[in-house]
Write a protein that binds this ligand. Structure first.
Ligand code: FAD
Length: 466
């Protein structure tokens, strides 16, 4: 076995495995070190399992409304242990797929903890008790992130982070979600649709902070219909176990809510804890992020960092993009830095949310003169056929000197399957296309993407459907 590689990657999550596979496809000799399971948070404890749960919630919603479609199915009962098994099968298949791709591309996988020392030398404490020392012409740090916790809410019993929730084999009857961000709202939506009584406790004035205000309103309205109780502007102060497996979560001015599960969803912290780094120029900032420049270069020559370990949007596909950027940079291909203010975002709660570029308020706050167009899904034929009409598409365009809308700055969507519909909007924003150009594109009929086309067309001053 060789001990020197073109690229050594520490961490086998989306940032790490994408770097390893992409580099190997470009002909590099690659080593990938993972202490746990390939796929990282995303495959094992994040995107994939959370979306598998959300799909079960979607099936439950369909069954609950099947009579509207002429199908009498009786009362639907939830067998969440089956959901758990199904999710695990999906995860195992995808993780196995990464291992197979690594093998196929001759990526050397080391199962153990990797730590970086001087001169791009990486020591591996193998899980089987052995050790290895390898060097890379290039090294990528991709050790990701772990859930944040809050004082007084130690994990155990009813207190869970996303890690524990994703191992559940039953639906808790009463759930508190501390933190109304993307992950918190996905869990709130899942468990509400599956019949739990859900309370979101959010310290800020709004759930899903940072979203366009029109989009947030739709989510809030839909959550109300699901009977989710949302308490915003409240601080959680502690909890008192009830002795029967549940707990009473205390918040605000002496308020409390009795629950069977309390999901602490207050963000994730970068995980540089086991990276070593002694004797290197890699700098970890006061919040735990590894400091990098626009090419993801750390302070140590030849050492890069990607994914949740650096202070960029904590999204799997941003990790992929950074991995590709770094490999191209290492190969001397002169890649363009990533424009982080234009990456696609997706939240898979019901209704789904997806966007690229600034919302209306964000654009105005940046001093840009904008023209805004928006259309609701309730008039869209496909949304009516599917029976899911809450939501809208909103386009934020730069105002031309003559007052007409010009360059598309932001596309924001909320409603059915919008995470699958964003790509046209993402392309428009990143291609710096104008409203007139995008309005020329033909959308298939009947489809939900017609609403995107319709919104663009209406900004040109003409329209077909409203
Ligand atoms: P990670 O995925 O955290 O992987 C890091 C890996 O490094 C881990 O496997 C870890 O074991 C390993 N490691 C750490 N230190 C060492 C070491 N010293 N030696 C060896 N191995 C080490 N993102 C989206 O884009 N879309 C979503 O829908 C989405 N949903 C999410 C839902 C949930 C519930 C959560 C928690 C996250 C979600 N995310 C989503 C975020 C996404 O999972 C992360 O952005 C992504 O996994 C980050 O990838 P990464 O490679 O940087 O780190």
């Amino acid at each position: 076995m060789s001990d020197s590689f073109d690229l050594v990657v520490i961490g086998g999550g989306p940032g790490g495995y994408a770097a390893a596979l992409y580099a190997a496809s470009a002909g590099m000799q690659v080593a990938l070190i993972e202490k746990d399971a390939l796929g990282g948070t995303c495959l094992n404890r994040g995107c994939i399992p959370a979306k598998a749960f959300l799909e079960t919630a979607a099936v439950k919603r369909h069954v609950d409304h099947s009579a509207d479609f002429g199908i009498e199915s009786g009362d639907a009962s939830v067998q969440f242990a089956v959901t758990q098994q199904r999710k695990q099968k999906i995860v195992a298949g995808l993780v196995g797929g990464i291992a197979a791709m690594c093998k196929g591309r001759k990526v050397e996988v080391f199962n153990g903890v990797g730590s970086l020392g001087p001169d791009r030398t990486v020591s591996v404490a193998m899980n089987d008790g052995g050790s290895a020392t390898i060097t890379g012409t290039n090294v990528i740090l991709a050790s990701g992130s772990v859930p944040r916790t809050i004082p007084g809410f130690d994990v155990g019993g009813p207190i869970m982070t996303s890690d524990e929730v994703l191992d559940l084999d039953h639906v808790p009857a009463r759930v508190a979600v501390i933190g109304g961000g993307a992950i918190g709202c996905e869990f709130a939506s899942t468990f509400a649709d599956l019949g739990a009584e859900v309370t979101i406790l959010e310290g800020l004035p709004k759930i899903l902070p940072g979203l366009d205000a029109d989009v947030t309103k739709v989510v809030e309205r839909s959550f109300k219909k699901k009977k989710i109780t949302t308490k915003t502007g409240v601080q959680v102060t502690g909890h008192a176990p009830d002795g029967a497996g549940g707990t009473s979560v205390q918040f605000g001015e002496g308020e409390s809510v009795d629950v069977d599960a309390c999901i602490v969803s207050v963000g994730r912290r970068p995980f540089a804890d086991q990276l070593g780094l002694d004797g290197t120029g890699v700098v970890v900032d006061e919040r735990g992020f590894v400091r990098v420049d626009e090419f993801c270069r750390t302070g140590e020559p030849g050492v890069y960092a990607v994914g949740d370990l650096i202070d960029t949007p904590q999204l799997a596909h941003v990790g992929y993009a950074e991995a590709i950027l770094v490999v191209k940079h290492a190969l001397g291909e002169g890649p363009m830095p990533i424009m982080y203010d234009r990456v696609p975002w997706a939240i898979y709660c019901h209704p789904e949310v997806a966007w690229a570029g600034p919302g209306e308020d964000a654009a105005k706050d940046a001093g840009i003169d904008v023209v805004v167009g928006k259309h609701p899904f309730k008039f869209n034929s496909r949304a009516q056929i599917v029976g899911d009409t809450d939501g809208l598409v909103k386009v934020i365009a730069k105002r031309n000197p003559d007052g007409t809308p010009g360059q598309v700055l932001g596309v924001h969507m909320v409603g059915p399957w919008v995470t699958e519909q964003l790509s046209g909007g993402y392309l428009a924003v990143n291609w710096e296309a104008t409203v007139d150009e995008v309005a020329e594109f033909i959308q298939p009929h009947p489809s939900m993407t017609e609403l995107f086309g319709e919104t663009m067309m209406s900004l040109t001053g003409r329209s077909i459907n409203g």
